[in-house]
Design a protein. Structure first.
Length: 117
């Protein structure tokens, strides 16, 4: 069964840092790219960052550029989101997604990030 599982969310003070991880399975899954999105209660899910699995090219939402970094570990089908200088408005449920080459995009269940002011 194809799936992605996020981890690493938690409570952090404003200005602090946090690392999110996401593992895509099965290990044999051929991935085109993986991404992070976030969603606050009552709001639409918004794009945060994406990384191309082959070229390693990245893209970011404007409000996280310079603060968030997406990276990956090919050997483990894992993507990371390193977040620094966190702001209260970054507090959301963060979702990981994987876009396989030959099947539909897969979404995780989300991990909660809370930023105290």
């Amino acid at each position: 069964q194809e799936q992605v599982v996020e981890s690493g969310g938690g409570l952090v003070e404003a200005g602090g840092s946090l690392r999110l991880s996401c593992v895509a399975s099965p290990r044999s899954l051929s991935i085109a790219d993986m991404a992070w999105s976030r969603q606050a209660p009552g709001k639409e899910r918004e794009f945060v960052a994406r990384i191309n699995w082959i070229s390693r090219s990245t893209e970011y939402a404007d409000d996280v550029k310079g603060r968030f970094t997406i990276s990956k570990d090919n050997t483990k089908n894992t993507v990371f989101l390193d977040m620094k200088s966190l702001k209260p408005e970054d507090a959301d449920i963060y979702y990981c997604s994987a876009r396989p080459l030959f099947s539909r995009e897969i979404w995780g269940q989300g991990t909660q990030v809370t930023v105290s002011s």
